[in-house]
Design a protein around this ligand. Sequence first.
Ligand code: SF4
Length: 705
Amino acid sequence: SETRYTPTRKVDSLCPYCGVGCQLTYHVAGEGATQRIVFAEGRDGPANAGRLCVKGRYGFSYSRNRQRLTVPLIRKPGIPKGVNLDPANPLAAFREASWEEALDFAAAGLARIKREHGSQALAGFGSAKGSNEEAYLFQKLVRTGFGTHNVDHCTRLCHASSVAALLEGIGSGAVSNPVRDVEFADLAIVIGANPAANHPVAASFIKNAAERGMKLVMMDPRRTPLARHAWRTLQFRPDADVALLLSMACVIIEEGLTDAAFIAARTTGFEAFRSAALQYPPERMAPLTGIDAATVREVARAYARGPNSLIFWGMGVSQHTHGTDNVRCLIALALMTGQIGRAGTGLHPLRGQNNVQGASDAGLIPMMLPDYQRVADPAVRARFEALWQTPLPTEPGLTVVEIMDAACAGRIRGMYVEGENPAMSDPDLAHAREGLARLEHLVVQDIFLTETAMLADVVLPASSLYEKTGSFTNTDRLVQLAQPVLPLPGEARQDWWIIQEVARRLGLNWHYAGPHEIFAELTQALPSYAGIEWTALQVEGAVVSPKLAPALPSQPVLFQTDFPTADGRGRFVPVQPLTAAELPDRDYPLVLITGRVLEHWHTGSMTRRATVLDALDPSPWCGMHPQDLASIGLEQGGLVRLETRRGSIEVEARADEGVQPGSVFMAFCYAEAAANLLTQPALDPYGKIPEFKYCALRVRAVFAH
Ligand code: SF4
């Protein structure tokens, strides 16, 4: 009826998708359990100024999708574990259970493994889609209840190498300047990122800046839509990024464009970096990078001269076995030119999920306790042991891919996965799924029966962002509050409540009354959140971190006078160009690059169940250069088989002149043709991030359209 769609109330909250952190108002119709969001509009938030992209504006219907989990599930005895892609009956492997039974079963399995095999046989993945309070509670449960630091989340798959390099170089893993600082920039480099698809509202501010005359430099192996607004586009070869950045540094040094005063006053290690970089002039690197020396020189000069130059980067930089080296180069460019510490300058890794910054801050990292305080430091451990009244293990934990390896090897026997979908997001999925299936006990807490939940022993139905109160930290370090828009469906529960119930059954004496109490403890654990008050979040809607005390001002632009390193100085780290881990050869002559598309987000668990978004992009496809398509006798719309040494999938091929000849692009959100069946698990040695952006591939024509 008409009244079903007539909004009767509106609620201010946040977008559940990307790290831009747009604020929205949701207009809601209906009563009780039948309530639904009718439409959403952008609010005048600090990150979006009323703007929204297609995901924020039309992507809310997943919250009431018929596939929402509304009751706890326990695997039926004797049902083998496998990723069940039969949409007709995905729940057949499970029976319904009461909360009491499901929680007891979940905790008992974890407790048994701890008792019989020790704490190191357990691991947990928390979520960057949950709130700061949920992330904080989850890592505390793994550390104090399981007794291990084997806790990680999707940052390992997106910006772990960025964080490793930033902590090493400038003492902070977060952005130095907010996205909207692009307004004050004379030049912005966007490297290894496709903001028009992945951070669309951020892209709109970058476009506005380009329209007013800012020089936009797009650097990526793929030509993406923002390149239409670029002053220069450098479409370099897929694993030549370190070589390209070193050649830029070489130009700046050779041509005397460094900021000698800044280097002397605020940095260390320049001489060693200088010597390394001078070995890679753009003339020498051009055959490797595919970019002519004159263009590299022009861009390097313009970046150094600014006056204000800013660098944005994404996973095209970080998801390499040399991801940390890439970011070391970006840091070096900023430090050697003094392009940091002022409005319109700085370093901005564009964070992927809506709370990946907050989940990292809150401690979902195996080698770091909350606020990037190192597990290996006895003084840090002592502080947390006092706060949590529990002894902590001394050894850092395993990372995402290491945990999957350990599960395959039988060393990890039990896991708790909250709101993550490693059976879609991990590299070499056949291996990852084998690891998950081999676990003796897998607890999954989610809102849908994801590919990971299909492998679970017990499934706990949780809350979407539309149903929760909680703080979320966006890519700009803005801590913002989400408010419940809809009631929980069926018997689904708040994530923090579920984590607490599991914790209690593991013997932890937890009595948090709600997110505000968890946040109060979180501010004691995270010095950078110590000055953020829950009431301030409720009143102001957004507070910038770090905020060390309530009376101190926030700092949207960091590092104005010094860096949070031991000596207050930024550090240059010399690097040299390295090739990708798996190079094309006669059998697999092409390169596969994975990424994302505008309409879908991460593993697609939400957007593929959002009616409008899935209608816009309903089936798997890959992008190929028309010349490569023609070479196998196909045109736009033909069916191809993509094969690597790890697996094969069949998808529609689309002609895309933005994809370089010799490479193929595919998003990893389609369960029916999962791109990560093809990717390979080689890791960056520092960030332990897999090389999603490069592996050897062959393509065969299956069907000409
Ligand atoms: Fe949501 Fe990101 Fe789009 Fe904003 S830009 S509406 S946060 S997906």
